[in-house]
Design a protein around this ligand. Structure first.
Ligand code: 6PG
Length: 466
């Protein structure tokens, strides 16, 4: 190895790691990579030929290869592997060095690591990276949280490597401690919601309208040229084009209908419950992955009940309107959660910045994000996106069609848990009065739990007549 000191270090030379290294190197930085797997180290040597890239299986050599302060990103599976790598490297590091966890770590783990490393003067960043393997190579959206001053050392590298929208990099220092991992967790919750909504819409097209794969493909492709333009709609259109290598069918028809998950959507729902913030579209998406996992039971129940979905009287345009409405609601729920989490965990999040860095590179990128950015730019204290004027006007226009469409889908018997939850979320959110007065009365009746009144201050209990 030469005596060159490298600008950036990366641990974990899987596809994501190698792609991120190549991306950083293409932007003029020298990068050193570490992995215990010799094959991966060799692959990077081949891929990085002609660039200032070094790779090794030796942690001491890796650490010595880096310029001070060392900037080391970990792209290893979340959980224990992150702790193991940190424990391994820590004795070799100096005060002021920086470790960046680029995985989907749970935010409380990030807080713990942050505090532990702080004792030794080492800066720790939990930094969500979105965009998959392709994004890592071509420009992801990066969501770092941690010490703001230390961020200045990694800022030029991240800004060069991130996706770029209108000359603005899709990365920003988001806040203290675990802010970056938290924002990425909510990003993934929204991702779950959007994916489930698209899947339900596909089911309606297929079962309810009787469209074939080519027609469904054309529809998604057309939608991607309109207000629904987004990465997820774009890849959905592409998925319907894919032929199967192993049979004559379209690949989509050969894929088992059991959804897997690594946990970030579930964490979003769990934490939203802890915060007391409703995100029912995301919850429905998580539940649907779970219901889908009950394949054997579902098949038994299908045979037992023997129901068939009836054809539907809705148009493709109605479905487009309904999906657009549901996309708005998914983002609105996620942003509402971030608004409150920012206060609860003292992240000091800037929601405009978050909308801005989600416009490119990440899985939930969509044209709609620019409209969201404008809403938060106009009012940085906006508690809920649906209270912005553009969103109020837009949602009001969409609503009658959405109500009719969701009602028809439900009547047809096609499962549409996320679409239904979304409409119910809006109906409840926009109801100044809900029947919760009765629930309060029941609580007080059977448990003396007390209630508040509309007409006077205070807490009341009634001796209810039997
Ligand atoms: C991203 C993705 C990425 C990963 C998901 C998959 O932003 O690039 O969200 O982080 O693909 O975590 O999650 P599930 O396996 O839970 O669907």
């Amino acid at each position: 190895m030469s005596s060159t000191k490298f600008d950036f270090g990366l641990v974990g030379l899987g596809v994501m790691g190698r792609n991120f290294i190549m991306n950083v190197a293409d932007n003029g930085f020298s990068v050193s990579g570490l992995d215990l797997d010799t094959e991966k180290v060799e692959s990077l040597k081949e891929e990085g030929a002609g660039r200032t890239v070094f790779s090794t299986t030796d942690k001491t050599e890796f650490i010595e290869s880096l310029a001070a302060p060392r900037k080391i990103m970990l792209l290893v599976p979340s959980g224990k592997p992150v702790d193991l790598v940190i424990a391994d490297l820590k004795p070799l590091l100096d005060k002021g060095d920086i470790i960046i966890d680029g995985g989907n770590s749970f935010f409380t783990d990030t807080n713990r690591r942050f505090e532990e490393l702080q004792k030794d003067g080492i800066h720790f960043f939990g930094s969500g990276v979105s965009g998959g393997a392709k994004g890592a190579r071509k420009g992801p959206s990066i969501m770092p949280g941690g010490d703001k001053e230390a961020y200045q050392h990694i800022k030029p590298i991240f800004e060069a490597a991130a996706a770029n929208v209108n000359g603005e990099a899709c990365v920003a220092h988001l806040g203290n401690g675990s802010a970056g991992n938290y924002v990425k967790m909510v990003h993934n919750g929204i991702e779950y919601a959007m994916m489930q909504l698209i899947a339900e819409t596909y089911d309606v097209m297929k079962q309810g309208l009787g469209l074939n794969n080519d027609q469904i493909q054309e529809t998604f492709e057309k939608w991607n040229n309109g207000r629904l333009r987004s990465f997820l709609i774009e890849i959905t259109a592409a998925i319907f084009k894919q032929k199967d290598d192993l049979s004559d069918a379209s690949l989509i028809d050969q894929i088992l209908d059991k959804g897997k998950q690594k946990g970030t959507g579930k964490w979003t729902s769990q934490n939203a419950m802890d915060l007391g913030i409703p995100i029912p579209t995301i919850d429905a998406a998580v539940s649907m992955r779970e219901i889908s996992g009950l394949k054997d039971l579902r098949v038994k129940a299908d045979n037992q009940y023997n129901l068939t979905a009836s054809k539907l009287d809705v148009t493709i345009a109605d479905l487009e309107t309904t999906l657009f409405f549901a996309f708005i609601m998914s983002y609105a729920q996620g942003m509402h959660m971030l608004f409150h989490a920012s206060k609860e965990y003292e992240y000091n999040l800037d929601l405009e910045v978050i909308a801005k860095i989600w416009r490119g590179g990440c899985i939930i990128r969509a044209d709609l994000l620019e409209q969201m950015r404008k809403a938060y730019d106009a009012n940085s204290d906006l508690e809920h996106l649906l209270l912005d004027q553009w969103f109020t006007n837009t949602v009001s226009d969409l609503l009658p069609t959405v109500q009719n469409t969701v009602a028809s889908i439900l009547a047809s018997g096609i499962p549409a848990s996320a679409l239904t939850s979304t409409l119910n979320y809006f109906s409840s959110f926009s109801s100044g009065r809900l029947p919760m007065n009765l629930v309060q009365a029941q609580r007080d009746h059977f448990g003396s739990h007390t209630y508040e009144r509309l007409d006077r201050e205070g807490v009341f209990h009634t001796e209810w007549e039997d």
